[in-house]
Write a protein that binds this ligand. Structure first.
Ligand code: ARG
Length: 455
């Protein structure tokens, strides 16, 4: 118990049960050990611990961490949270030295320090996972710069694109996610240790000693803000929520592509599931799960913002609930990003089917209108002319022919019929960022160079 002195009775077991967070925050043990070692050095610099005591603190904490990592940590002595566990272990092992450790610090600055260390690590791990996913998309895109497929708007055939172009569109969205994840890691990179409960301490403690020992890039400016601030956690949750949204859009396309009705692509056996009843099934369950998990990813961001809304400064106990949201969001994002990497690497496009389907839906219509524009016709008039032509072709059920084309407008020539070729349409989109293979190669190079230079 960290605070018995002014109380006549111990906590009601029901209060303790409501209060305890150790099942969740034990994940922070490594961070709490690091922060406690750093604080021991702060106390040493102030002459409040000697070198032997700091050595003993280090050894005890290392042993505690090793015991936990080996899965051998006992049920504890009614520890409320990870901070109580660490302080109790020090006190039990070192007696008076352990009882000195909490001088000038509070669980308020300690928990903020632990969570920031966690977020820095998590951002690094997430950035690695998203980088691998982007690389997997780039590999597939490179193999398919010339694979024509229908590009959709409103899920209606729109204009022919290359599969590589389409995959790179997802790659660029993920590259922005990578930037957001990295900047959330930077936002977490400020040490709050030394803020105490909310207002600092009367002891001659140097917060910079702790920050340096922990490898933080900066030290807090205002102690009250330092214990109240969870912006960095919101940043990381926003980054994981939007990553979840992006993954859900890619997942949804994989679900569609893998349906035999589309027949665009096939997921590998290892990433498909069967049905307990229907022997023919080959379901994209993992893509659906990734799509579904964007829901709780968004929910956790909303939960965090709602948790913080209206809280008076400085620390309030509500903030204890931040950790569960963070840990599960990071774990979910890692799992989804890694699963998506495997699916993207293993997916096999049916190039013949894609090429056939790309000839459906009159996707040559814009190209024809643009031919007229090139010959001086206004775009609106060209649109109208080609619209009539599309209706004519649709009604007749026959492909577009030279007679219908030249009858539609004086400016059309027989050779213009060559637009009725999706691959040609894809290659002809040479404008900046377009789907022509030359442009896609440039996009691929840009994506890879930004990936190499850290987003
Ligand atoms: N377990 C708490 C948390 O996770 C830290 C304890 C601070 N509690 C307090 N009553 N000051 O936020």
């Amino acid at each position: 118990m960290l605070w018995g002195g002014r109380f006549g009775a111990g906590p009601d077991p029901k209060m303790f049960a409501l209060s305890a967070s150790i099942d969740v925050d034990i994940v922070l043990l490594g961070a709490d050990v690091a922060a406690t070692k750093a604080h021991a050095r702060v106390l040493q610099a102030a002459g409040l611990l000697d070198a032997d005591e700091v050595g003993a603190v280090d050894a005890t904490l290392d042993e505690l961490l090793a015991t936990w990592r080996a899965g051998e940590l006992g049920p504890g002595d009614g520890d409320e949270d990870v901070h109580s566990l660490v302080e109790r272990s020090l006190t039990e092992s070192l007696g008076e030295t352990g009882r000195k450790i909490h001088a000038g610090r509070s669980r308020n600055d300690l928990v903020a320090t632990d969570v920031r260390l966690y977020c820095k690590d998590a951002a690094g791990e997430l950035a690695g996972a998203v980088t691998e996913l982007i690389e997997a998309l780039a590999v597939q895109a490179e193999a398919h710069t010339e694979t024509v497929m229908p590009g959709f708007t409103h899920m209606q055939p729109a204009q022919p694109v290359s599969a590589g172009f389409h995959l790179l569109a997802h790659g660029f969205a993920l590259l922005r996610d990578l930037g957001r994840i990295e900047s959330a890691g930077q936002a977490a990179d400020v040490s709050p240790l030394g803020a105490g409960a909310l207002a600092g301490t009367t002891l001659p403690l140097d917060a910079k000693v702790a920050a340096e020992h922990l490898g933080f890039g900066a030290v807090f400016d205002n102690a009250m803000d330092a214990v109240s601030d969870r912006d960095f956690a919101c940043d990381l949750l926003y980054a994981t929520a939007l990553l979840g949204v992006h993954l859900s859009r890619l997942a949804e396309e994989i679900v569609l592509w893998a349906s035999p009705v589309f027949g665009f692509a096939r997921l590998p056996d290892e990433w498909s599931t069967g049905s307990s009843m229907m022997p023919q099934k080959r379901n994209p369950d993992m893509a659906e799960l990734i799509r579904g998990r964007s829901g709780p990813a968004i929910g956790d961001l909303m939960a965090m913002l709602t948790l913080l809304k209206g809280l008076p400064l400085a620390y309030d106990r509500d903030m204890q609930e931040d950790k569960e949201l963070l840990f599960r969001s990071v774990g979910r994002a890692l799992g989804c990003a890694r699963g998506m990497t495997a699916m993207v690497s293993g997916i096999v496009f049916d190039e013949d089917r894609l090429a056939r389907v790309a000839e459906e839906g009159a996707m040559w219509a814009t190209d024809l209108a643009e031919i007229l524009v090139g010959r001086g016709v206004s775009f609106r008039a060209a649109h109208e002319t080609v619209g009539h032509l599309v209706a004519l072709v649709e009604d007749s059920g026959d492909p577009l022919d030279a007679t219908a084309l030249t009858a539609a407008h004086d400016a059309f020539e027989v050779d213009d019929l060559e637009v009725v070729d999706a691959s040609r349409g894809m290659r002809a989109r040479l404008s900046h960022g377009g789907t022509a293979p030359e442009r896609v190669q440039e996009q691929l190079a840009a994506l890879r160079s930004r990936l190499a230079s850290g987003g």
